[in-house]
Design a binder for this molecule. Structure first.
Ligand SMILES: Nc1ncnc2c1ncn2[C@@H]1O[C@H](COP(=O)(O)OP(=O)(O)OP(=O)(O)O)[C@@H](O)[C@H]1O
Ligand SMILES: [Mg+2]
Length: 255
């Protein structure tokens, strides 16, 4: 395996008496898609919150490209190439899709307010370049035809894709997806699988949380399984599917 881009070492997160994450270690390389699965409440979203900086870990270390980001702010992590989507849709309903994606781009290419107000030449050039990139991203996600619609007017599946597009606008090296296929029908899930594979092909490391095993088995090279905050397995899809501890804790017979 190439040098891992994201390294998580012995992460703990306690909420009062609840140990949501216990001793989680995980590595993801550039161009790798890793699945994070487990029962409801097993600590998947908390893990993503810790890695993205939404929450601070009680203990442990997070390295991005060899750099310790354990105490970095969300903004610093985004600037270093870490982006995520949320389990619940988080969009500005009145914004057009294009403006929503531009918002993601702005977190990366910050232009000084004064330049924006006086519309200097460099601002106009940067603005035009960002609009073109945002449109390219919407095209990549199959959303270009609705680029000027308000985010509230598109389907929930399209809103999920828009969250991914906004995250991609920050030009991440590592992308964390928390249940990106929630509420999607089979055809939409298949499209999402394609998109995740194409994101990987761009050299991005992807961590995907998902309950839908079809999607996970199809796109992931490796799958980590959480149960009660602890990693109980980490292997290829076929290894994980055949693991008695995973079957017992999560897969059961219905998956
Ligand atoms: N902000 C919080 N305050 C207190 N407890 C929390 C908080 N966030 C999560 N928890 C608890 O931590 C545990 C792990 O929750 P988490 O949301 O990470 O699970 P999950 O694996 O993402 O579950 P799901 O599949 O339902 O999304 C749960 O017991 C949950 O109640
Ligand atoms: Mg969750």
């Amino acid at each position: 395996m190439t040098e891992p881009l994201l390294v998580v070492r012995e992460l703990d997160k306690n909420f009062g008496g609840v140990q949501a994450v216990k001793g989680l270690s995980l590595e993801i390389a550039a161009g790798e898609i890793v699945g994070l699965i487990g029962p409801n409440g097993s600590g998947k979203s908390t893990s993503v919150n810790l890695i993205s900086g939404t929450m601070r870990a009680t203990r442990g270390q997070i390295l991005l490209g060899g750099r310790d980001i354990s105490t970095a702010t969300i903004g610093q992590r985004v600037a270093l190439g870490l982006a995520r989507t949320f389990q619940t849709t988080s969009l500005f309903p009145e914004f057009s899709l294009l403006d929503q994606v531009l918002l993601g781009a702005h977190t990366r290419f910050d232009t000084k307010a004064a330049q924006a107000i006086f519309r200097t030449k460099s601002y106009r050039q940067e603005d035009a370049a960002q609009r073109e990139r945002a449109a390219d991203l919407l095209e990549f996600m199959g959303l270009l035809s609705v680029a000027h619609a308000p985010a509230s007017a598109i389907s929930s599946a399209q809103q999920r894709l828009l969250m991914v597009a906004t995250a991609l606008a920050t030009e991440p090296r590592v992308l964390l997806l928390d249940e990106p296929a929630a509420g999607m029908v089979a055809k939409e899930r298949a499209e999402l699988s394609e998109i995740i594979l194409r994101i990987r092909d761009r050299g991005v490391a992807v961590l995907v949380i998902e309950h839908h095993m079809g999607l996970i088995m199809e796109v992931c090279q490796r799958i980590a399984v959480l149960n009660f905050g602890q990693k109980i397995a980490d292997g290829t899809p076929s290894q994980v599917r055949a693991d008695p501890a995973v079957i017992d804790a999560y897969l059961g017979t219905e998956h």
